[in-house]
Design a protein around this ligand. Structure first.
Ligand code: TXA
Ligand code: MG
Length: 542
């Protein structure tokens, strides 16, 4: 069969001819605001049978019928509650399907043997015009082969259906991108059977309490029956297994970065794209833009099958608004294999070490693993400038060591560097004021690197799950400092001599990173792999 492609620009004539396919019992691809549908005359059993055949869809999975206006409801449904008209008035045409008792005229073939029928009025002028012209409701499941992602453009649909259907109306890209929300109005309270393009919150505003069917959020046990038969089938699954990672964007991103090897498939929010430079990447849209995520979610699942990826990790929005539908499609693709990054304990790696050892390269490695770096020295200086309680405590302990707003370093240094007790006291004061700031900066992150020269002296090591010293051979350090700071060799040696010895760090740190690499880039790459191993090991023990 040759599939004819219709274009709305063709006007009335194209619409009439497309409607004629429906009237004569054929199959027509129809654009809607949600996804493309595979349409046929809902009242014609023979035509409806062809839908099931073209899709490879199990016969017990009912079809929804599409009408051009709410006025058609009583033609096909009985016992229509006022709330149905209220919902239609508010949300039709739009991404909402209502389940109501069917009239005899709607064949059991269409409803998969059920005494109820799903009805919706799509928000697409061309499709409503075709239905009106055909003067019969159009039964239309999503226009994909069963088990594949729903098509959101005519070309997506032709990928699955070219040659199997009589025609398709190319109505452009779908504006919503996920299927309609399905609400069962035959029960009290009404029950959400499938989250979709209309947020649950919008329904609750009209209906009050709404029950969310278990199949929306959980994998059903063997033998358990969902109320929307279609929810029991494993839908939208790419060939490679999918893991959905819930939680705050920067936490889920860090979790995925730790797990995903080079060449892995990753679905992420736009903000984290750079982190996955070596993966096969699909951006879902900005973290807070759920409408954009809905538009892209099926595309992101669809395209992996043309790539060699063997596993896929996906960031996932929370359940608010369209997030419920986006998350549901991702979780179904994952067979509900879900990790919640918000429930994983935070990993804080304190990094210290003498000047010229390669601390900066090690921090870069943590950044590449999705870590957030807190520069403790910078925090200290900002607090000194802005935190009057800190300045007050320093003044109480050491007298007036400030010139106006500015700390007189030399004055304070003279006091504390000659007296170990005074130094300890200063460290305690600073610690008390720094810790809350650092805690707050670490909030919401899964992996944090503390850049702290005085990691142990300051007491900040207590906030760390791991403490790492970066050490390097003295001769390498001398060369690096001379180059970096343009200072003579003698002076470089003096600076190194004034710092703690390797033994000092070895006695205190949980890990030592020894930098013998020939370049900073090589050391960063080595450190990245070592950190990854340590962190994954840590996660295993939690
Ligand atoms: O946005 C949409 O709803 C798209 C476009 C084309 O309109 N259509 C769509 O149809 O997604 P389909 O067949 O892929 O999904 C319809 C879902 C299935 O899970 C089916 O089991 C459920 O609705 N359903 C249909 N009639 C039902 C009924 N009477 N009771 C319970 N669930 C029903
Ligand atoms: Mg479908």
């Amino acid at each position: 069969m040759k599939t004819r492609v219709f274009h709305p620009q063709g006007g009335e004539k194209e619409i009439k001819e497309a409607a004629e396919i429906i009237r004569s019992g054929g199959l027509l691809g129809i654009p809607t605001e949600t996804v493309y549908g595979l349409g046929a005359d809902a009242l014609n059993e023979e035509a409806v049978l062809h839908i099931f055949e073209a899709k490879g869809r199990p016969q017990d999975n009912p079809l929804i019928i599409h009408v051009p206006e709410a006025g058609w409801l009583p033609r096909y449904c009985r016992e229509i509650p006022d709330t149905a008209y209220l919902l239609a008035e508010k949300f039709w045409p739009g991404p909402l399907t209502m389940i109501l008792p069917r009239r005899e005229i709607v064949p059991l073939r269409t409803t998969g043997g059920l005494e109820t029928v799903g009805v919706r009025c799509p928000d697409h002028d061309v499709t409503r015009a075709i239905i009106a012209a055909a003067d019969v409701p159009i039964a239309a499941p999503s226009g994909n082969t069963s088990g594949r992602p729903s098509p959101t453009s005519a070309s997506d649909m032709l990928e699955d259906m070219d040659g199997k259907i009589d025609g398709i109306m190319d109505g452009g890209a779908c504006q919503v991108g996920v299927e309609s929300t399905i609400i069962d109005l035959t029960v009290q309270p009404p029950r959400l059977l499938r989250p979709g393009g209309l947020p649950l919150e919008a329904l609750e505003e009209v209906l009050g309490q709404v029950t969310v069917d278990k199949a929306v959020t959980q994998k059903l046990q063997d033998g358990e029956k969902p109320r929307a038969p279609g929810m029991k089938y494993r839908h939208y699954a790419p060939k490679a297994p999918v893991t959905v990672v819930l939680g705050e964007g920067c936490r889920s991103a860090a979790y995925i970065r730790l797990q995903a090897q080079k060449g892995c498939g990753v679905i992420c929010f736009d903000e984290f794209a750079e982190l996955f430079y070596d993966c096969v990447l699909h951006c879902l849209g900005p973290e807070e833009d759920r409408a954009e995520q809905a538009r892209r979610v099926f595309d992101s699942l669809r395209t992996f099958d043309n790539t060699p990826v063997t596993e896929i990790y996906a960031q996932c929005p929370d359940d608010r608004g369209l997030g419920l539908a986006v998350g549901n499609r991702l979780k179904k693709a994952a067979g509900f294999h879900v990790v919640d990054a918000d429930k994983l304990p935070r990993i804080v790696i304190g990094i210290t070490g003498g000047t010229g050892s390669g601390k900066t390269s090690a921090l870069q490695a943590l950044r590449r693993l999705g870590g957030t770096i807190i520069d403790c020295d910078a925090v200290y200086h900002r607090e000194l400038a802005t935190n009057s309680a800190l300045r007050r405590d320093i003044t109480r302990a050491f007298g007036d060591v400030f010139d106006g707003e500015k700390l007189n370093r030399q004055k304070l240094g003279n006091l504390v560097f000659t007296d170990p007790d005074a130094l300890r006291q200063l460290n305690e004061i600073v610690y008390c004021h720094l810790l809350p700031v650092i805690r707050q900066k670490a909030e919401g992150h899964l992996l944090v690197g503390l850049d702290a020269i005085n990691l142990f002296e300051s007491g900040l090591s207590a906030f760390c799950t791991e403490t790492v010293a970066v050490l390097a051979p003295t001769e390498d350090r001398v060369q690096r400092i001379m180059q970096r700071d343009s200072i003579p060799e003698e002076y470089a040696r003096l600076r190194i001599g004034a710092q703690p010895t390797d033994a000092y760090y070895q006695a205190r740190c949980s890990h030592i990173l020894y930098n013998r690499a020939s370049s900073p880039e090589t050391f960063t790459a080595q450190a990245e792999e070592i950190f990854r191993q340590w962190i994954l090991e840590d996660m295993k023990h939690e």
